[in-house]
Structures are given as C-alpha cells and as structure tokens.
Design a protein around this ligand. Sequence first.
Ligand code: UFG
Length: 330
Amino acid sequence: MKLLVVGGAGYIGSHTVRQLRAAGHDVVVLDNLSSGHPEALPPEVTLVKADLLDAEAVKAALNAHQPDAVIHFAALIEVGESMRAPGRYYRNNVLGSLNLLQAIVETRKIPLVFSSTAAVYGTTDAVPIPETATKQPESVYGETKWMTEQMIHAFGTAHGLPYTILRYFNVCGAAPGGTIGEAHANKTHLIELACLTALGQREKMMIFGDDYPTPDGTCIRDYVHVQDLADAHVLAVEALHGGGQVATTYNVGLGHGFSVREVLDAVDAVVGTPLTRELAPRRAGDPPRLVADANLIVKELGFSPKFTDLKEIVATAWEWHRTHPHGFDQ
Ligand code: UFG
C-alpha cells in the first residue's frame, strides 16, 4: 500500500512511519514541521512540507502521490496551551482536518485513520472507559479532537469514506535501540520529564497531588508504548484497505493503569538512582483515573501490545533520552 502520513514527522507519526515501512508499505509524509523532526524519518521516505491550512497544497499532494490511504496525526496537542489560545487549536486542528477531508473527497475518496485521544471523554466514572462512554471533553484540545471525529463521521456517511478513529491513552516510550523518541519543545509528560530529571536537566520531579481517590493517592493512567500504538495504526489501515474493519472507533491502551508513584518508582529502578520528588498541588484538569477498555481493538483488529511491563516501557524512553539528551538538536 502507499500511505500519505500527515504529521508523520512528529513523535507518534515517525514511529508509525517506521512500522509501516517495516510492514512493507510505501510512505509519503506531509508535515508543516512546526513541531516535527525530518531527522526522525527514514531516508527513503518522501517529505512534503505543507500545512493543512493550505487546502490547495493538500490537494496537490494527494494528486501528485496518489496514496491508497491517509493516516492523520497532525495536530497541536497541549491541553494547557489550548485553554490559553483556543483560536489556534480550533483553526489548526479542526479547520486543518476539514481541509484534509475536503481534499480527500474531492480527489481520491481513500480510507482515513485519525489520531484521537482519551481527552474526548473528560472526567468519567467509567473504569475502564469503553468507546461508548459519554464524551465531555474538558479542554479545548479534547474538544477539537471530538469535533474532528464528528466531522469524519459525517464525511464518512455522506461520501462513503471508510475511516477508523484511534483514541490514544497515555503514549510513551521510544523505539527500541533509542534511535527516535519523544522530543516536544514544551515538555509536560511524566515519563519524559522524569528521564530529563535523571539526566540532571531538571532539579526534581513534582507529584501533582497525592490526595486522589486511588490506592496511593496519585493519578492513574494507561501508558501505551508508542511502538505498540504504531502497530495499531498498521493494523487499522490494513483492515480498512481490506474492507475488513467492523467498528469505526477504537481505544488504544493496555487496559490497566499505573499511578504517578509507580511510574517514578520504575524510572528510579531503570536509571539506578532515586529522583528527588516533591509533592505539589493538583494540576488543573487531571482526572484521577483514565484507563482504557481496549477489548474492542484486541478482538476486532488483533491488537496485541508487546510492551506491558512498566520498567520495560520506561527503559526504552530512558535509552532514547540518555543517548539524545537534547532530542534531535544534538
Ligand atoms: N504528572 C506529575 N508530575 C509531572 C508531570 C505529570 O505528577 O511533572 C502527573 C499528571 O498530573 C498526571 C500524570 O502524571 O496525573 C500523567 O500526566 P501526563 O502529562 O504525562 O499525561 P496526561 O494524562 O495529562 O495527558 C495525556 C496526553 C494528553 C491526552 C491525555 C488523555 O498528554 O494529550 O493523556 O488521557 F489528552
């Protein structure tokens, strides 16, 4: 298959590009490089530098490269920033996705796999969370993903466009071998911050609240390894291409969670020295427990995550950060 991977130079996109290549597919990446890294792409992959807000450039890329399917990762992803700059998020994430959908139906009507997020659920009592749980996004970021999901559904219904939406839980880790990994300009993710603290780039790890209704009082998240998530995209796009997909929307997680303290304990064990920890107030918008009900993707797409051990997951992140302490800017 030939895939157009939109936002393919980013963290999850670049891991997916590698897994697609390993599965024998041809890949063209379209990315505006606002946060992506061309260095993360294999040399044989064609990179089209274009922005989804440039509708003509998107159409031109589809016409020029004639892909069989599109995987769409391109989005702004920071929850806090989305509350301060909602216009940027609605424009980039919703309008950008609308341009892509419009371009697809006007050119090739090919299948689409879309990156969504557990943030569409907001705070929910469901544990674990099934795909059918109520959608009440609590951030503009989550809202833009939920709006895009609904646009995709409408385009799918109106134009017979096959699609699969993947709702990620907490994505983490790095490609085994430490060749590529997480390198966001603004770092907020727990495992990345802990690794950078272990490297001495930060003084200590803050624990945002230990009075949550969880066994050790800290928040619980479902940490899915980026390599497993990349495999989920390969499964999804291959199923769509074969006309075999049943559901349209799948959670992607392990189906069990780890607390902030458990994650920091795992980092201590992998690194070999304990990080300095400090208790801080709760971070606004953090639900106590977000764990996926991931049975549907296991049953229907045969998703089978390889990274289920927290220390193994952390070890891949540590290998990347240890060998690339400044990310791709060496
Ligand atoms: N945390 C700390 N200290 C830190 C950083 C994080 O205690 O220095 C805690 C957070 O409060 C939270 C947990 O660690 O309880 C995980 O936080 P992350 O920032 O790593 O991840 P989030 O769960 O906030 O968010 C992630 C993605 C979002 C997505 C969400 C969906 O980053 O894009 O999962 O569940 F929307």
